[in-house]
Design a protein around this ligand. Sequence first.
Ligand code: HEM
Length: 376
Amino acid sequence: MGVSRKTQDKSGFEYALAVMKMCDILHLRHRSIFLRNEFIFTLSKYYKEQGRLLNIIHGLTKKVIKSKKEAFAKGTRGSLAEHEWNENGELIKNHSNENNAQNREDDQLTTMEGLSFCQSSALKDDLDTDDNYVGEKKRLAFLDLMLESAQNGALITDTEIKEQVDTIMFEGHDTTAACSSFFLSLMGIHQHIQDKVVTELNEIFDNSDRPVTFQDTLEMKYLERCLMETLRLYPPVPVIARELQEDLKLISNNYIIPKGATVTVTTVKLHRNPLIYENPNVFDPDNFLPERQARRHYYAFVPFSAGPRSCVGRKYAILKLKILLSTILRNYRVYSDLKESDFKLQADIILKREEGFRIRLEPRKFKTNVTTPTIK
Ligand code: HEM
């Protein structure tokens, strides 16, 4: 959103927690035929709780938009991470003309054009074209772009801006959080695979504790394979759906699916199809060796969906996941009391989470003064 990291308070954490609890209410309503009824729902305790949670969720979105609008009113136009606001949303510093290390680091994070979402093993991506290059420096943060478009006469209302911001905020954190939890669980279960990831990281960082750079992420080839394999077995978006705008004749036989029908693509089933993957239920990062990928159909692996409405955040997601997970694994050894057989199905691991299964992180280098986080 182009809001500086330095000005973030714990509202981000409260936001994520509120989204999680809100999802619990939604899932409850999927399962309970009574609560699905709007009238009965309004009489239940969940309705009141929903109101409280939505206040937190929309409160943060409104706060972010408000502070940006105020900066705009003062004539500040921001490309990524150029400005700092205080907690009241007032602009305290404009970094746009500075060529400091932080700016260079942020620039690095934007130079991703031309790479497929799977950075190093060249998984094809049907949205990758050369003509979407907009230049490194000119690119605006998402919210700046929307506000600027609105000011330049684009037909976009304040409510629409808020809804777009809500979408990006939700899509941007929930999916990557799920993916990193699955990844760390799998590392905890497969200690020998974790060792291989750490060996690769040691080669890249040579025992230095310097922060990750964009170039480092390109060299994380084995970690990337583990990430792809995690997304294969546990796609954070396990099912997608589309309403057909016209009749669709299947190539494989004589069926016609009529216009208006809803078609669901069960990614999680597709990714475990034994015709496509040998031993489909086994965690095997070598499934993403370039030669194996080359033998598979373009759409045999679609954790980010495909086509024009596929995930807009996929490159950003992979980059951030590599930074996050490599940093965790450089500093901690991960253990888990899960076994792979505990979660053959995606739903199983979610239920196990509710039962209180845990991932344990043990510091690798530090002997004292490190709080060991426990991820539930
Ligand atoms: C591992 C991480 C992620 C996964 C697995 C993922 C997966 C997906 C999938 C499958 C869709 C298509 C949904 C559908 O067709 O109904 C989607 C859409 C979307 N994703 Fe992601 N996503 C991830 C991360 C992100 C991030 C980090 C952002 C933003 C910063 C983001 C923003 C979006 C948006 C805005 C859409 C809607 C696109 C549209 O409707 O045109 N996603 N994502």
